[in-house]
Design a protein around this ligand. Structure first.
Ligand code: CTP
Length: 397
């Protein structure tokens, strides 16, 4: 993938310290982060911190002769794939709204043709002030995107709107904006994740060992390549990713309903969820009591619907086959039985790969009988390799 460049504008809110984490996460995601700080921001966090985290020069003034940029605000505005102003104070929002360019950050924002994403952070009264709200509307009308502010505890000790949005959300929206013209732009992908829960009574359920990591990695990778992503997730411990539609579900039946509704206009369905094949015949309305049950408790189960086999109208359908024996043979059988375009087979008997692990070693099988063996790699890389195959299939449809 080509290197992407973010100009990270940091202004003088106490949340500036959280921008260090944001810069770190962006850098870890392979993004070149060029930090521009206002004078006020440098009072709160040192430029050397951003320099160390990003490995790139930090600009604090229009006339810094030690930096490599020829005319700083022009060079920065042109290199940017995205200008991300985080945190953005009420003062900087006001300057952006009126086109004031009296420091490097606001000059760069005025000069850039890149999309601008703003993460405001300020006291609730300042956020709710009519002037700030009018500036917000003006900036949105001009095509600038906003993430947050969140509602929560503020540095002042108060509670309300104005808190810097979670770093993961800002990162998600930044990646989505930068990938907007990627090779999946214009396509809708419905992706399922996690292990479904089949209720026995109000507190007990049947489930499996799926953690949702593979489905979430696919959803984030697809978002970052420009797709409109719908993520349908059975319960997981993962935070819902930003920049996509997320539908939480519990049971196989609920997942089927949401997949059916969201697939109407989808180009691709990827079933990465581990869907229960059986569900209790009935869910007790009250907690089951030992005294009321025979010593040997028998739980009658019914077969669930096979979602992938049921949803046939989507142009490209992709399944997963988690197998503990005869991996390729079983996966091929599922590919044919469910009439899939691709199936990703993985061996769940390995501790370092597959369910719950951060890495996966798997094999992609296609409808023409081709087999692609992927070595052990992070699930995010597996996701991109699967999406490469989907892009190739979309080009043929
Ligand atoms: N799947 C589904 N609906 C189900 C069961 C499975 O859509 N009720 C999907 C899974 O999300 C996966 C693929 O079908 O993409 C294969 O799932 P898997 O559980 O491996 O296979 P099954 O067909 O259920 O067969 P078995 O459990 O007997 O191996």
């Amino acid at each position: 993938m080509p290197e992407r460049h973010v100009v990270l504008g940091v202004s003088g809110s106490i949340a500036a310290y959280k921008a260090v984490d944001l810069a770190s996460k962006l850098t870890q995601a392979g993004v070149a982060v060029h930090t521009v700080m206002t004078e006020a921001a440098t009072q709160l966090v040192g430029p050397a911190t951003f320099r160390a985290i990003t490995g790139l020069p930090v600009s604090t003034s229009m006339f810094d002769l030690t930096n490599p940029y020829s005319i700083e605000h022009i060079s920065l505005s042109e290199v940017a794939d995205l200008m991300l102003i985080a945190p953005c104070t009420a003062n900087v929002m006001a300057k952006l709204a009126t086109g004031i360019a009296d420091d490097l950050l606001t000059c760069t924002a005025l000069a850039t043709r890149a999309p601008i994403l703003i993460a405001p952070a300020m006291h609730t009264a300042m956020w709710e002030n009519a002037a700030t709200q009018a500036n917000l509307k003006a900036l949105q009308d001009r095509g600038m995107s906003f993430v947050g502010p969140a509602v929560g505890r503020l540095a002042s000790g108060g509670f309300g709107a104005g808190r810097f949005a979670p770093v993961a959300d800002i990162l998600g929206w930044a990646m989505a904006l930068m990938g907007a013209d990627g090779d999946l732009a214009g396509h809708k992908l419905v992706i399922t994740a996690g292990g479904t829960r089949e209720s026995i009574d109000p507190i007990r359920f049947l489930t499996n060992r799926s953690t949702g990591k593979m489905g979430f990695a696919l959803a984030e990778a697809a978002r970052d390549r420009g797709a409109a992503v719908t993520l349908i997730s059975a319960p997981t411990f993962l935070a819902p990713p930003a920049g996509m539609s997320v539908f939480p579900v519990e049971s196989a039946a609920q997942m089927l309903d949401v997949v059916e509704a969201t697939c109407v206009d989808a180009d691709v369905l990827i079933m990465a969820a581990a869907v229960a094949d059986y569900t209790p015949e009935m869910c007790a309305s009250e907690k089951l009591k030992k005294e009321e049950i025979d010593i040997d408790f028998v739980l009658p189960l019914n077969r669930t619907e096979d979602i992938l086999a049921t949803i046939t109208g989507v142009p490209i359908r992709v399944g997963f086959a988690a197998e503990s024996e005869n991996m390729l043979e079983n996966a091929k059988g599922k590919l044919i039985r469910k009439n899939l375009d691709l199936i990703i087979a993985n061996d769940i008997s390995r501790a370092d790969s597959g369910m719950g692990a951060d890495n996966n070693e798997c094999t992609i099988l296609d409808a023409s009988g081709n087999q692609e063996d992927l070595p052990l790699m992070p699930k995010r890389e597996v996701a991109d390799r699967i999406l490469d195959r989907i892009v190739a299939l979309l080009e043929k449809t």
